[in-house]
Design a protein around this ligand. Sequence first.
Ligand code: 3HC
Length: 299
Amino acid sequence: SFSSTSARNAIKNVTVIGGGLMGSGIAQVAAQTGHNVTLVDVSSDILKKSQENIAVSLTRVAKKLYKDKPADGEKFINDSKSRLKIDTDASSAVKDADLVVEAIVENLEIKHKLFRTLDEAAPSKTIFASNTSSLGIGDIASVTKRTDRFGGLHFFNPVPVMKLLEVVRTHDTSEETYQAMMEWGKAMGKVCITCKDTPGFVVNRLLVPYIAEAIRMYERGDASARDIDTAMKLGAGYPMGPLELADYVGHDTSHFIIEGWHKKFPDNPLFVPNESVKKLIQEGKLGVKTGEGFYKYKK
Ligand code: 3HC
């Protein structure tokens, strides 16, 4: 029956590789929803910082879920934390994994190196997924011997708040792997959409050119940054304006995405990088995380 199939395939042990913004968020939500989670990064210092960020975010989530029941909120936080282990050794951390979600730097060679190692270390049943924003899932999977058990699981920042999960199927992703990823997405409390392995999937393919176009408008001086943001919030109902959102995502991240696409598709005018963003990056103004981007932030 369907239920016994799903019980057999259910993903229980999840290993997340990468303790940055996205990896921490994915690990947190997996722990919150009852999975046994191992979060991996290269240094204990990074992982300590990840744990601190997760603790802050868990408190915000608990406040929302258990408004009038602080004791239950406390239990939720402690239970979630107890399901979350950290490890600096990726190979040992995938030994019992049903699913590995990779959320490391957006560099194909570095991802290849990681997945070659993981492919050797993980059991054959383990499903591999990448949270890449801009690289091809098939291109990443190509160095493994499990391209049928490989797909994309693309989350959005902040992971504990954003309800969407893009589930990406390559030509090689098996039906069983796809179904297991969809079920896991639901178990994570997310709404899943299915997409093909195309640049930016759905959200970023639309969002990245939109932000770049808004920045071009600002560069031409058609309106101030503040007024462009106000316009899209109050005139189009977006929770953040495009320049605010660019600061929030981080200029290094979005610039990397658009530059990669520009190199691959030089004739597409939607994928032309912004000069003002290059300047911000040179000045170390990467957005909210460094305290300044188009706007200034309190650290
Ligand atoms: N952890 C837990 N809870 C959080 C949180 C976090 N990191 N960040 C915000 N929250 C909670 C707050 O506690 C608050 O809860 P409440 O409703 O109980 O008060 C709620 O979310 C709203 O937060 P705020 O009141 O601080 O501020 P906003 O109402 O402006 O919401 C936002 C913040 C959810 C970030 C909203 O502005 C938003 O949706 N912005 C757009 C984000 C977006 O577009 N993300 C996608 C970026 S693209 C991407 O990620 C893809 C990548 O590949 C580049």
